[in-house]
Design a protein around this ligand. Structure first.
Ligand code: ATP
Ligand code: MG
Length: 776
């Protein structure tokens, strides 16, 4: 047997060696599904299957790249290079370029990213004089996206009274018209949005049997990772392409299906066995990623879901540390806890920043974490925010390049026609749009023949428009001979972009210049074929396609050592030794918007399962008792998901840092108290003292502390109970923190302080002189 196959266990070996026929590997997190796909491809190639005949679809381009590298390691780079591997979007964008003319598109069509789509939709809403508060462009975009992913074309929309009715009910009766205009404008601009890449592929495969046959014969072997998160459009593509040879291998985990909100259909994986004849089903049970504690805790969570396939996941790995649960007062404190424990862990165990990931439910949560990491000088990187290629200055440069290869590209043109400023105002642009619509031409065409069209633009402006056309045309000529790097370098210099960004001299301006430099470096890499496994020719069109489909993860060269910050959705398939899951609070995680139905709640639970199973050695779950959301301080309760984990896997730590400078609390909290750290020993679940005072599902964490659990924080010995009506063990009520139990009393006279464990504030040291307490 080939040596590399020895790196698989028996259960993994079976699907790896099964080359023919439809098959599914269904298994829990960390059990080696992705590894099986990788080794299976290597094995197929070693058995003489032509890499040109293998199509492998992954969830991110980064995953594809890593798989390819691994395969190259086994079978050699020159062979691996010929594999078709990537996301649905990137693979089918390539095919669409080859077949574009059949659909009436130029082969150098532009790919509109979400920002471009948003801008176009906003502009259409304005042109149609619709109320932008009712027709919110983001909502309109997501509606259009869901039509497209369900293969509802404009025509199908207008033939469907239910859809029309639904939009009318949502007070958007012109939705169909907006959809139509959007589709027409994209078509005219020679642009496809992300959803088009799938929709048009489906159109191509259904309308042209000869094209379908061509790709069926080409892709004799198809493999799909993360199959549980395919949407309807992707499902149909896979079905069509695999129909002839039926050599289709999908791997996935129904418990990790987390993209329903974007149209993913969990039924694709649940029904796979019905879609093909004689499906071979493989199961993997051994997890290699995580400790016993993590695996068992994760199992105990997913057990709570009703809709699931029964699976066993176990591990031979060490027991490992218990999962640490931390309660903080505020989101700021939570950030400080994360930063300080990362710091400690790094020191104690000689770890790198890249050993840590902080995962959150929503992007907005990153800010507090970032602040704290910065204060500790810990390098971090946020994934999935604005990607590098969506930054303003980068999009400006790219828009020039897009316009060079596709002058019909309306969004690119609108972006740079007056940037850097060249005296072409918005009114002129609006007139050009109207004229272009009237003549059924592109804006660029109208500008080219500006003297022949009827439009009220004065001669001075006309000259400026012609100069712009000449500028772009000169770039087009250069593009015939220069490479991407040379062209971009020339464009940034001669268009005035560099001058424009250089001119303000602000730190932002400097950062912009650095980013442009980084972009140019990336182009140099691209041209020089640094990515040796890439199957590209180095053309500008290819570069732009790469860029349009690049996710933030792809830009990661893996060289810098930073803590990874990202949403859980983005973390799918990844693994890190130390994982923090922050913001585990009701209404945040599970999200308030996903608690209306059981199935929504189950999806949130799967999300939690995905998060926890990213951890190899140690997981931290954190929550704050209050947090700024939408500019307001909101009280929060611990997430039900913490409650759902069996106590035996948890280590509950309470670290409450008293904040000195918070004006809201300064009246209550003794200003001189150093941030104190109170750790309960033993690390065991405190019991509920006052029954009925808190809701059942959160009771575990909002409790007073039993007498036998002494805080580690020491009393200074000056306790003088005669100065106060208070005694240790009293239950008191505080105006802001609610009820709590007096744990310690110290100091005397004006200095008398009490340490109180509050239901809603954790342990606090209050100066009795100020604190308005009532003994109950
Ligand atoms: P997920 O569901 O999160 O996508 P997965 O099932 O795809 O997980 P992999 O990422 O393939 O799991 O594997 C998890 C980890 O276990 C990886 O680090 C992988 O290298 C390792 N691993 C898998 N199988 C083995 C094995 N037989 N021997 C040693 N390590 C293994
Ligand atoms: Mg995987």
């Amino acid at each position: 047997m080939e040596a590399y196959l020895e790196q698989l266990n028996e259960a993994q070996l079976a699907p790896t060696l099964q080359m023919e026929g439809p098959m599914i590997v269904i298994a829990g997190a960390g059990s080696g599904k992705t590894r099986v796909l990788t080794y299976r491809i290597a094995y197929m190639m070693s058995k003489g299957i032509d890499p040109f005949n293998i199509l492998s679809l992954t969830f991110t381009n980064k995953a594809a790249r890593e798989m390819k590298e691994r395969i190259a390691h086994i079978v050699g780079a020159s062979e691996a290079k010929n594999l078709w591997m990537g996301t649905f979007h990137s693979v089918f964008a390539k095919i669409l370029r080859i077949e574009a003319d059949r659909l009436g598109y130029p082969s150098n069509f532009t790919i509109y990213d979400t920002q471009d789509s948003d801008r176009l939709i906003a502009s259409i809403i304005k042109e149609m004089n619709l109320d932008k508060d009712v027709y919110k462009y983001k909502q309109v975009r997501s509606r259009i996206s869901s039509y497209k992913n369900s293969l509802i074309t404009v025509k199908a929309y207008f033939n469907n009274p239910e859809l029309i009715e639904a939009d009318a009910m949502a007070r958007r009766p012109r939705m169909g018209d907006v959809y139509k205009e959007y589709v027409d404008r994209c078509f005219k601009a020679g642009a496809m949005d992300f959803d088009d890449l799938l929709l048009k592929t489906n159109e191509l495969l259904t309308r042209f049997p000869e094209v379908l046959a061509k790709y069926q014969n080409r892709f004799k072997y198809i493999l799909v990772d993360e199959y549980q998160d395919t949407n309807h459009s992707q499902y149909l593509i896979v079905r069509a392409l695999s129909d002839k040879f039926q050599n289709i291998c999908v791997v996935g985990d129904d418990a990790q299906s987390i993209y329903a909100f974007r149209g993913a259909n969990i039924n694709n994986i649940l029904n796979f066995q019905k879609d093909y004849d004689d499906v071979k089903v493989f199961r993997l049970e051994q997890n290699y990623r995580s400790t016993k504690n993590i695996v068992n805790a994760a199992n105990s969570i997913i057990d709570k879901n009703q809709t699931k396939l029964d699976k066993v996941v176990w591990t031979a790995n060490d027991e490992g540390a218990k999962i640490k649960v931390n309660r903080s007062l505020t989101d700021g404190d939570e950030g400080r806890y994360v930063a300080s424990t990362i710091f400690e862990n790094k020191m104690n165990h000689q770890l790198k920043n890249s050993d840590f990931a902080v995962l959150y439910r929503t992007n907005a949560q990153s800010r507090a974490i970032e602040d704290a990491l910065r204060k500790r000088d810990i390098k971090y990187r946020i994934y999935g925010g604005l990607s590098f290629y969506q930054r303003k200055e980068i999009k400006d440069v790219l828009s020039y390049l897009r316009l060079i290869i596709n002058p019909a590209d309306e969004e690119a043109l609108k972006r740079i026609i007056n940037f850097p400023p060249r005296g072409i105002g918005q009114t002129t642009v609006d007139k050009l749009i109207v004229a272009a619509n009237g003549y059924n031409k592109t804006i660029f065409e109208v500008m080219k023949s500006i003297d022949k069209v009827e439009v009220r633009i004065n001669s001075g402006t006309r000259t400026k428009l012609q100069d712009f056309v000449t500028l772009i045309e000169s770039y087009q000529v250069m593009n015939q001979s220069a490479d991407v790097f040379e062209l971009a370098e020339h464009v940034t210099r001669t268009s005035g972009l560099i001058k424009e960004f250089n001119k303000d001299g602000t730190p932002e301006g400097v950062t912009r210049m650095e980013n442009i430099e980084e972009l140019l470096n990336g182009m140099k890499d691209f041209v020089e074929g640094q990515r040796e496994l890439a199957d590209t020719t180095g053309s500008l069109a290819e570069f732009l396609e790469d860029v349009a489909l690049a996710t933030d993860l792809d830009a990661d060269k893996g060289d810098a050592d930073h803590v990874a910050l990202m949403t859980i959705h983005l973390a799918k398939g990844l693994e890190f030794p130390y994982v923090y899951i922050v913001g585990l609070e009701e209404d945040l995680f599970p999200s308030a918007m996903s608690m209306n139905t059981r199935s929504e709640l189950e999806e949130e639970r799967r999300l939690f399962y995905v998060a926890l199973t990213r951890a190899e050695k140690q997981a931290y779950l954190t929550y704050a008792l209050s947090r700024y959301r939408w500019g307001k301080l909101i009280d929060s309760e611990p997430s039900r998901f913490i409650e759902e984990i069996d106590d035996k896997y948890l280590d509950i730590v309470t670290t409450i840092e008293e904040r000195r400078f918070n004006p809201m609390l300064s009246a209550d909290i003794f200003g001189d108290v150093e941030p104190n750290k109170i750790r309960f020993k033993p690390a065991k679940q405190p019991t509920l003292k006052k029954k009925g005072s808190v809701k059942k599902e959160t009771a575990k964490f909002q409790v007073s502390t039993p007498k036998n659990l002494k805080p580690v924080a020491k009393s200074n010995g000056n306790t003088n109970l005669f100065d106060s009506k208070l005694a240790v063990g009293n239950i008191v009520k505080h105006i802001r923190f609610g009820t709590g139990e007096v744990m310690q009393i110290e100091g005397a006279g004006a200095d008398l302080k009490a340490e109180i464990n509050f239901q809603h504030g954790g342990v606090k040291k209050l100066l009795l002189r100020f604190a308005k307490l009532e003994v109950i």
